[in-house]
Design a protein around this ligand. Structure first.
Ligand code: HEM
Length: 506
């Protein structure tokens, strides 16, 4: 009898231990913490017009990896460098896809482009074409003369405004610079405004990609709550359809001109990028991919760099001592008897620190582009199921008070003795992302920013528009796919070099 009761005690004890372990295991691999979920809408109420800021607040409460169910869609939000490393390096391949969304459908031409494409062969081929045919160091070097001409054109434009005593809308001036530069790179020549073909169609494309940037980052309720899909409650699908139609029209006109062999670059033997793309026209590339890649490159090449230049100039006008130090560095390296040259750029460490600091406080894509994991994965003790939309909040990472001393201050000196890089090898500053999906335009963007900013700081003194005190200058952002200044910067420039130099430049 005693033997039997010992036996049952043993069985009950073993089962209890096993049940306890089974209870423990799912706890160790549960989903990350997050705010309460409401029926149908999930945690949508916790976001507002500036979701990167709302998510930063949520991370303070729930931690650097948090779970958000938005409508019916599972999201995780990453808000510190350690967690970003897990997603973008340790589990990079698994997280390298993109979720489906209305912006991917219309802005990415049914996901046939690079930015919104799922991880796979088409994405790999398109990215390889861009990286090897347009964005290598050698190709970037070959575009230097064009870049110099465009920066000179910008200086001329600023000097003209100055003579007329007019304050300038700087975003417009920077858009002109960056879009002219990418136009040269893609089509092999400057777009004359009078040129009804390239001028008009390219202008329209730039207009479309800027609109895509404004609308594209908005959370589309119909993406999140499937029952609402047919209703397009915010009207986003209608707007995107319209933009895509306009962009498609312009691209079709340009591509037809190429296909009809009306060469755009009449006096050049160099193959331009569109010709290269069309050389894959033998069925390897879908028409949607050709259009999608051109849209991605015009978008990437225009808006994000222009927005960053506007933020950098805003911060330096607000901080005259930092502007003075930047100008002293330029005077020491370049002098005042010639313009800045591309070869001066490696010798301007303070300027590089200013650009890093601008990216830290004002990343143009604060939530990057969402990633998407194709398989279940465990991060720390958390189980992330396959098909989770993953948002890396680089805005919050750049303001993490555990990493950055006085994080809200604009202080380029924090980079003077640091080995923090912006290329994605260190994870506390990620303006271009990291890993397989890292921005392929990073080197081009850096050349453009360094050369453009060095030239305007060297050639002009800068002031806010009359009536605005430095301390009253607005530094709030607005949110779309990109995050520009809420109120565009209006500024006044005064020449600081002899008039001879401006003639040399133009
Ligand atoms: C200041 C300038 C720029 C910033 C801050 C920036 C930032 C970014 C970021 C954060 C991503 C997403 C990375 C990820 O998902 O992990 C991205 C993707 C991308 N960027 Fe940029 N970018 C800039 C300029 C450019 C330029 C000049 C180009 C090309 C002309 C470009 C082309 C692209 C493309 C094609 C992708 C998609 C990559 C992929 O999905 O594989 N960007 N960029």
């Amino acid at each position: 009898m005693e033997y039997l009761s010992n036996f049952w005690l043993f069985v009950v004890g073993t089962i209890s231990v096993l049940l306890y372990l089974a209870w423990l295991i799912p706890k160790r691999t549960s989903r990350p913490p997050g705010p309460p979920n409401w029926p149908i809408v999930g945690s949508l109420f916790y976001l507002n017009k500036l979701p990167h800021r709302a998510m930063e607040e949520l991370a303070k409460k729930y931690g650097p990896i948090l779970y958000l169910r938005l409508g019916y869609v599972n999201h995780i939000v990453i808000s510190n460098a350690e967690m970003a490393l897990e997603v973008l390096k340790t589990h990079d391949a698994n997280f390298a896809s993109r979720p489906s969304s209305i912006i991917g459908k219309y802005g990415g031409y049914d996901y046939f482009d690079i930015v919104f494409a799922p991880y796979g062969d088409n994405w790999r081929l398109l990215r390889k074409i861009c990286v090897t045919e347009l964005l290598t160091q050698a190709r970037l070097k070959s575009f230097e003369p064009g870049r110099e001409e465009e920066v000179a054109r910008m200086v001329e434009n600023i000097a003209k405004h100055n003579q007329e005593g007019k304050p300038m809308k700087m975003r417009h001036i920077f858009h002109e610079l960056t879009s002219n530069n990418i136009c040269r790179m893609l089509f092999g020549r400057y777009r004359e405004k009078s040129d009804c073909f390239l001028g008009k169609e390219f202008d329209n494309l730039v207009h479309c990609v800027i609109e895509l940037g404004e609308i594209g980052g908005k959370f589309n309720i119909s993406d999140l709550i499937p029952i609402l899909k047919p209703f397009d409650v915010q009207g986003i699908e209608k707007k995107l359809k319209h933009i895509q139609n306009q962009a498609k029209n312009s691209l079709s006109i340009i591509l037809n001109m190429y296909r009809n062999e009306t060469k755009i670059v009449t006096n050049s033997t160099v193959t331009d990028f569109v010709e290269t793309l069309l050389s894959y026209d033998d069925g390897k590339l879908d028409e949607r991919s050709i259009m999608g890649v051109l849209t991605d490159l015009i978008g990437g090449g225009t808006d994000s760099s222009a927005i960053t230049m506007e933020w950098a100039l805003t911060e330096l006008i607000r901080h005259p001592k930092i502007m003075k130090r930047a100008q002293e560095e330029l005077d020491a390296v370049v002098g005042r008897t010639r313009p800045v040259l591309m070869s001066d750029l490696p010798n301007l460490p303070y300027l590089h620190a200013i650009i890093k600091e601008t990216f830290r406080l004002h990343p143009p894509l604060p939530l990057m582009v969402p990633h998407f994991n194709t398989q279940d994965v465990q991060i720390l003790n958390y189980k992330i199921p396959a098909n989770t939309t993953t948002i890396v909040n680089i805005w919050a990472i750049g303001r993490d008070s555990k990493v950055w001393r006085k994080p809200l201050e604009f202080d380029p000196d924090r980079f003077s003795d640091s080995d923090i890089k912006i290329g994605g090898s260190t994870f506390n500053l990620l303006p271009f992302g990291s890993g397989r999906r890292r921005c392929p335009g990073m080197d081009l963007a850096q050349h453009m920013l360094q050369y453009g900013l060095a030239t305007i700081f060297h050639a002009f003194d800068w002031f806010p528009q009359p009536g605005i005190k430095l301390e009253d200058m607005n530094v709030m952002e607005t949110f779309g796919a990109l995050c520009p200044k809420d109120e565009p910067l209006v500024a006044i420039a005064k020449p600081r070099l002899s008039s001879q130099i401006y003639k040399q430049l133009t």
